[in-house]
Design a protein around this ligand. Structure first.
Ligand code: UDX
Length: 492
């Protein structure tokens, strides 16, 4: 449609700079949006990775084919301030956050200068606006102010989690946060719109600390507060899912573009226009996909298999792995379990032994693989349920395919998402803060075969339908995406 009507095609004088947060779960929706804008509007796109991500991302893409398809798209890189071999995840994650906070503004300014200078030679205009991840807001806003460029803040989390983050100062004043381990089931009644839903244990994991000046908590508060200075908010969600909370957020942002589920929108717009083309963001960004699990799924009965995946960041201890293994096997349901090489918290040499042991034990009961094409797996007719860590992308992908969830959240927004899944949308069960084989077994049985499944499936089917409608032509997310293109173009 975008190609045919020409209305959205002629604006190569518009140049959007993307500043993603360098983590797969944040990069994926950002890259989808960048591809979509490049495809649908012909805008120039500069997509800024950290050098570390750049080295890992680009080898997984057929870059020549990509640039042929998107001639106005450029991947660029800046330093994240850490040496190449410095670990960036697990207990080192905060080192990445603080290093990024220190170096991104000067690095981005340098890059904006060169983007403005290069324009003649590269035949592109100076940057029109920056679309920055919500947790890169401080640096993005400070740099953009120096250049007089507007910033659109793209919070890649749910509207619910975004809203709870805007309430953190309020929660501290009310004495609800921090609460490290205290009165975890206490209802938190001072977040407008979520008064009867959220308990302490359902708040963003940065709240699970002793002191209000804990660095990760302060980091989230300051980045969230800087988001207020952005011209508009972009969210990977859809109106029909989070309407009441979106209306709360509109008290802060007069302009909100809800354009999710982005993978659905992207499939509708980019892939439908040219099914032969595999988008970069559709493929795995960091790991090689094991595709033989699709053949295995093909041989399984309809809706019989539980998909188990804890995303790209969290890791489990050996004991937790074993509890899950026992719970899954005792439930007697076949499972497809993603265990990334780095998802067991132990020494490297032990990790291989643990993995081999689990793989051997799984034989005949399920399949363990290191990474899958998850969007495709969730769409497979053999999948009947999803045991997930409740990362926002996984949650949206599951809703889109109508797959009910068991949520086992660990960090960040996952605590909020899992509560919404179980108690707001009622499309799954929340297993947070417990990892016992008997509970896992019961939850799996409930999700896969009981009358509870029937109840959950009724709402799940409704939301799946709404999600699909929202990204079709005329749907809410589709229209908001068109509006985003129009509004960005009007900045030139
Ligand atoms: C991180 C945070 O942990 C999460 O809480 C936040 O919402 C986003 O950033 P991550 O842990 O990776 O993300 O989870 P999630 O948001 O669910 O993203 C995982 C992505 O990896 C999904 O898009 C999923 O399709 C993909 N994936 C996962 C695969 O492609 N293959 C797999 O085998 C597993």
């Amino acid at each position: 449609k975008f190609d045919q009507n020409g209305a959205t095609r002629s604006s190569s004088n518009t140049h959007v700079v993307f500043l993603p947060f360098p983590l797969q779960g944040h990069m994926k929706p950002m890259l989808k949006l960048a591809e979509l804008l490049s495809h649908a509007s012909n805008f120039h796109v500069s997509f800024i990775n950290t050098e570390y991500v750049h080295q890992h991302l680009l080898p997984s893409i057929d870059i020549q084919a990509f640039y042929r398809r998107f001639p106005n798209f450029h991947f660029l890189s800046i330093s994240d301030g850490l040496p190449v071999y410095h670990p960036r995840s697990g207990k080192h994650a905060f080192e990445l956050l603080s290093s990024l906070r220190a170096v991104t503004k000067p690095e981005l300014c340098k890059l904006l200068v060169s983007l403005s200078r290069e324009t003649e030679e590269m035949r592109r205009q100076p940057p029109t606006c920056i679309i920055a991840d919500g947790i890169m807001s401080c640096s993005a806003i400070e740099a953009a102010e120096e250049f007089g460029i507007p910033v659109f803040t793209f919070r890649t989390y749910s509207a619910c989690c975004t809203w709870t983050c805007f309430n953190l100062l309020n929660l501290i004043e009310e004495g609800e946060v921090p609460f490290q381990g205290k009165d975890m089931d206490k209802l938190v009644t001072c977040i407008p719109g979520l008064e009867n839903v959220v308990r302490r244990r359902d708040l963003h994991s940065v709240c699970r600390v002793k002191r209000a000046d804990d660095p990760p908590l302060e980091f989230i508060i300051s980045q969230t507060s800087a988001m207020r200075l952005a011209s508009a908010l972009i969210l990977n969600t859809f109106d029909e899912l989070e309407r009441p909370i979106l209306s709360q957020l509109s008290s802060i942002f007069p302009k909100i573009y809800t354009i999710g589920p982005l993978h659905g929108l992207s499939n509708n717009i980019c892939i439908n226009d040219d099914p032969s083309f595999a988008l970069a963001s559709r493929k795995s960004i960091m790991w090689k996909e094991d595709r033989h699990c699709i053949t295995w799924l093909d041989s399984q009965p309809l809706e019989s298999v539980l998909f188990v995946s804890f995303g790209s960041v969290v890791s489990l201890t050996h004991d937790q792995m074993l509890e899950f293994w026992h719970g899954l096997v005792n439930s007697e349901k076949p499972f497809l379990w993603v265990i990334r090489p780095n998802s067991i918290t132990t020494e490297n040499d032990e990790r291989d032994d643990i993995l081999m042991d689990l793989e051997n034990r799984a034989k005949g009961k399920g399949l363990i693989v290191s990474w899958t094409p998850q969007e495709e797996i969730l769409a497979h007719p053999a999948i009947g349920g999803f045991l997930t860590h409740s990362g926002w992308n996984s949650t949206l992908e599951s809703i889109y395919e109508g797959v009910p969830m068991i949520c086992w959240p660990l960090i960040a927004d996952q605590q909020v998402n899992s509560r919404c899944v179980s108690d707001v949308w009622r499309i799954g069960f929340d297993m947070k803060d417990s990892c016992e084989r008997s509970i896992i077994e019961k939850m799996v049985r409930d999700l896969m075969e009981s009358t509870k499944r029937e109840e959950v499936m009724k709402t799940m089917d409704k939301f799946a339908k709404l999600a699909k409608e929202s990204v079709k032509e005329g749907g809410s997310s589709y229209c908001n995406f068109e509006k985003l293109i129009k509004d960005v173009r009007s900045l030139v």
